[in-house]
Design a protein around this ligand. Sequence first.
Ligand SMILES: CC(C)(COP(=O)(O)OP(=O)(O)OC[C@H]1O[C@@H](n2cnc3c(N)ncnc32)[C@H](O)[C@@H]1OP(=O)(O)O)[C@@H](O)C(=O)NCCC(=O)NCCSC(=O)CCS(=O)O
Length: 377
Amino acid sequence: MILTQEQEMIRDAMRDFSRERLAPFAEAWDRDHTFPREALKELAELGALGMVVPEQWGGAGMDYMSLVLAIEEIAAGDGATSTIVSVQNSLACGIPNRYGNDAQKEQWLKPLARGEMLGCFCLTEPHVGSDAGAIKTTAVKDGDAWVLNGVKQFITTGREADVAIVFAVTDKAAGKKGISCFLVPTTAPGYVVGRIEEKMGQKASDTAQILFENCRVPADALLGEEGQGYKIALSNLEAGRIGIASQCLGMARAALEAAVKYAHERETFGKPIFEHQAVNFRLADMATQLEAARQLVWHAASLKDAGRPCLKEASMAKLFASEMAEKVCSDAIQIHGGYGYVTDFPVERIYRDVRVCQIYEGASDIQRLVIGRALAD
Ligand SMILES: CC(C)(COP(=O)(O)OP(=O)(O)OC[C@H]1O[C@@H](n2cnc3c(N)ncnc32)[C@H](O)[C@@H]1OP(=O)(O)O)[C@@H](O)C(=O)NCCC(=O)NCCSC(=O)CCS(=O)O
């Protein structure tokens, strides 16, 4: 697939930004659990927080291909920042962009797309992850308001967000068709930030448990139709999964580049290890797997840009890219030997950061389930 000149320019600008403003700080942010607020502000100025939202609604009006290129570059600098950016674009902006009315777009989408606000996506619950249709959080109509009660789990940017997109049951008898979607300001009384998870990686991005304790929002907080929530969640996870797959490309590329550099510097048996065929072949396999994943991601993004269905292709891209990335990052550690296992080199952090890509926004086996179902059609 050949990129347009404009797409190449976006990629190059993001690459420069990532090298200067993300990569040099990623280790310290990880160590100190620092939320990258300043970097996000700068990314907002570059239009990277609402890339595919039309300009009319505060976005950059770009295509999905540009978004995946940007996410790859951001992830190459810092995996945690790329998660925040991916969730912001695909879910926090993606859902109101697609389902919001004009008033909701004015109030929420514009500041989200400009990056003046951050958003989070509250679907998963402590006992409900893959089986998303089984959520228990409720929203009950009370006069002119909705009152939400329940607990959401593993919410990216849950503590830092200004607005949450929340899925709750409004009609228990209707099953999955009784789930609705709400825009909840995080300042609403009853939006309570619970535990902040202590994670294996991506420590610069906050992952929170969110409690809804009689959280009262006005009637116009309902996003889309009552009962449409499950469909809204699943249809946007499709774009979310392309975003996660792009992150995998960036992190795997950073690990590959670190391994190539180290292989040129490190000598054994009288020559750089790059010249040992065992190492060179390993690097060749890593580069090939990475490129194969990139083609899947670009294919899914190009279908999305063409307005064509891409549920299966998005799942294929996420499945392959996330499993590829863990293997490439593991191989990068292997090439570094003992130095790959300590924090002096970036591959240790990247390996920890990339692991969750096989889990969030639909675990690998959920992607297999979606792909398998498509084979039956
Ligand atoms: C496991 C599942 C795939 C099971 O799905 P279901 O069988 O329960 O649902 P379906 O019957 O397939 O679909 C229900 C309904 O939605 C419509 N639908 C589905 N997909 C799309 C789509 N891509 N575009 C448009 N519409 C769609 C479908 O046609 C049905 O409509 P009708 O009823 O026919 O009218 C599913 O539960 C699943 O994907 N599970 C995984 C959930 C998941 O990924 N969770 C992660 C959440 S996010 C996270 O972890 C962190 C977020 S963040 O980083 O903070």
